[in-house]
Design a protein around this ligand. Structure first.
Ligand code: PGA
Length: 253
């Protein structure tokens, strides 16, 4: 049985004051939630604050992006080692917003994924199709093309230390969730795809669903056999919603 992971993606939201209020409400709300891993992926400037507030709690934390480079003359970049310095366990790589708005190609994403692993972080690799891709019947080839450079550069065995998030672009921040069946089909496809390289790793890797997950739809999504938790955007900014989602991922729920 795969343990579920629920990771919040705060995106470019928050202030010192709102983060503190959010985490101080979330930590006690999750205190008795068992058998599920929960994490928060915060903006870079708040990692020190998150580290301070979450150290010693059951919650892990991480970042939303990482440089593909180790160190040096890369103005504006943040390395994996820097994230480790602030206690990060996870880092999101290849989020569709970074692909669409900041020109990250699947090749760059593969470099970031490798850099995260090299630093000792667990990358949360995001893949997912646009509405146009889906309507044209291209969901599977698009997802396969996003995975291919990662498999080529780091190998299938690397997924023993990584997480995949399937996030259909049309479901992100739109309130339009993929149905549990739609998501399950792509999750199963991702696992099958990995299994052609390494069946044992494919069986173990956590594949999260992301895209308008809320307290009201989490349990149904998490009930599907290949959905191992969620990457939560908007709802992760609300402590109550996030707590309901984490509880829905607990085997005790
Ligand atoms: P959403 O975002 O939950 O607000 O749709 C998910 C994500 O982008 O990771």
């Amino acid at each position: 049985m795969r343990i579920k992971l629920v990771a919040g993606n705060w995106k470019m939201n928050g202030t010192l004051a709102t983060n503190q209020a959010l985490l101080q409400a979330l930590v006690p709300a999750l205190a008795r939630v068992v058998g599920v891993k929960c994490a928060i992926c915060a903006p870079f400037p708040y990692l020190a604050q998150v580290q301070q507030l979450l150290s010693g709690t059951g919650l892990a934390w991480g970042a939303q992006n990482v440089s593909q480079f180790d160190a040096g003359a890369y103005t504006g970049e943040v390395s994996g080692a820097m994230l480790v310095d602030f206690g990060c366990r996870y880092v999101i790589v290849g989020h569709s917003e970074r692909r669409a708005l900041f020109g990250e190609t699947s090749e760059t994403v593969a470099e970031k994924y490798a850099a995260a692993l090299k630093a000792g972080l667990t990358p949360i690799l995001c893949v997912g199709e646009t509405l146009a891709d889906r309507e044209a019947g291209y969901t599977e080839p698009v997802v396969a093309a996003q995975l291919a450079p990662v498999l080529a550069a780091s190998g299938a065995q690397s997924f023993a230390h990584a997480v995949i998030a399937y996030e259909p672009v049309w479901a992100i921040g739109t309130g339009k969730t993929a149905t549990p069946e739609q998501a399950q089909a792509v999750h199963a496809y991702i696992r099958t795809r990995l299994a052609t390289h390494d069946a044992a790793v494919a069986e173990k890797v956590q594949v999260l669903y992301g895209g308008s997950v809320k307290g009201s739809n989490a349990a149904q999504l998490f009930g599907m056999p290949d959905i191992d938790g969620g990457l939560i955007g908007g709802a992760s900014l609300d402590a109550n919603e996030m707590a309901v989602i984490c509880r829905a991922a607990s085997p005790a729920s």
